[in-house]
Design a binder for this molecule. Structure first.
Ligand code: NAD
Length: 296
């Protein structure tokens, strides 16, 4: 079998177009422009790239982007004061604090100071609890993007065996909750899992979110399974810098029914889902019905 490639880049463009339509509607029918505030503390080069890209895409879909770049030495009190201001600003519908934060700042405290209704990353403890109990919440962007691609490919996921490799709060755990919400039988595998190959071989859906280059070889993949590769790993091969996933793409594509490439799979969906979450938050804040297909 040669796997169908799930094109995350094209899918993300479709999501952005849906968001842009919704933004136009909000402006024309309600006089509201959704706004996303991104807070960056410090000068981490990767974070700077992400923040720039988020700001650019926010503006491209017609929303307002508010960037707050703070000194690396910013105190916790000053950061919390800024978040409080954004929480109370009616022009701001989504707030994202770029992680990781400098070591002197308490990440949990900072994230939990964001108004849960504006927590477009879905990391606030209230949103984690709401997702865990199957209630309406803000859903973390990367797992939401994975879910959208899976639903698009399969229609219903009901009854499928899903294995999520990785148990992080950002990807693995919320991904497992979402799959459970769609009635999959879910296994969460991690660094202490016994006989990982055997666990993965049972899966109709494999989501790999580990951060180890090409650790899942093709012969772990059940014939016809759908493989979602969240991993982004920079390696050097043949004297060149390359991005690879957690799955060995070449061998997995020979057995899978469908697979996301790296790059061009899950990655582009993450920012698209951030924009989707912002428009959803804006609709909820204004008591308007939510756009179809942009949330879990
Ligand atoms: P993390 O380091 O927080 O978690 C990694 C998880 O992998 C842990 O739960 C650990 O138990 C598990 N693990 C480690 N070694 C293992 C092994 N040998 N076998 C099985 N499980 C093992 O990482 P994260 O934040 O969840 O990110 C995972 C990967 O996804 C990284 O490559 C990251 O760059 C990528 N990522 C991509 C996006 C995107 O937009 N595409 C977003 C977030 C993360």
């Amino acid at each position: 079998m040669v796997a169908q490639v799930i094109d995350g880049k094209a899918f993300a463009a479709k999501v952005r177009a849906q968001v842009a339509d919704q933004v136009t509607k909000l402006k024309e029918e309600n006089g509201i422009t959704p706004g996303l505030a991104v807070v960056l503390v410090g000068e981490d080069p990767a974070s700077q790239v992400y923040v720039r890209s988020k700001g650019k895409q926010t503006v491209e879909v017609g929303m307002n982007s508010y960037e707050h770049k703070l000194d690396p030495e910013t105190s916790e009190d000053d950061l919390l004061a800024l978040i409080d201001k954004l929480n109370n600003d009616p022009a701001v519908h989504g707030i994202l604090v770029q992680l990781p934060l400098p070591k002197h700042l308490n990440e949990d405290l900072v994230i939990n100071s964001i108004d849960p209704a504006k927590d477009v990353d879905g990391f606030h403890i209230s949103n984690v609890g709401l997702l865990g109990t199957g209630q309406k919440s803000m859903v973390p962007c990367t797992p939401l993007g994975c879910l959208m691609m899976l639903r698009d490919h399969h229609g219903s996921l009901s009854g499928m065996d899903a294995v999520v490799i990785g148990r992080s709060n950002i990807v693995g755990k919320p991904m497992a909750q979402l799959l459970l919400g769609d009635s999959c039988t879910v296994t969460i595998a991690h660094s202490r899992t016994k006989d990982l190959p055997d666990v993965v071989r049972r899966a109709d859906i494999v989501v790999a979110a580990v951060g180890r280059p090409e650790m899942v070889p093709g012969d772990w993949i059940k014939e016809g399974a759908t493989v979602i590769d969240v991993g982004i790993n920079r390696i050097e091969r043949d004297g060149k810098n390359k991005l690879v996933g957690d799955v060995d793409y070449a061998s997995a594509a020979e057995r899978a029914g469908a697979i996301t490439p790296v790059p061009g799979g899950v990655g582009p969906m993450t920012i698209a889902c951030l924009l989707a979450n912002t428009v959803t938050a804006c609709c909820r804040a204004n008591g308007l019905s939510e756009p179809e297909g942009l949330t879990a």
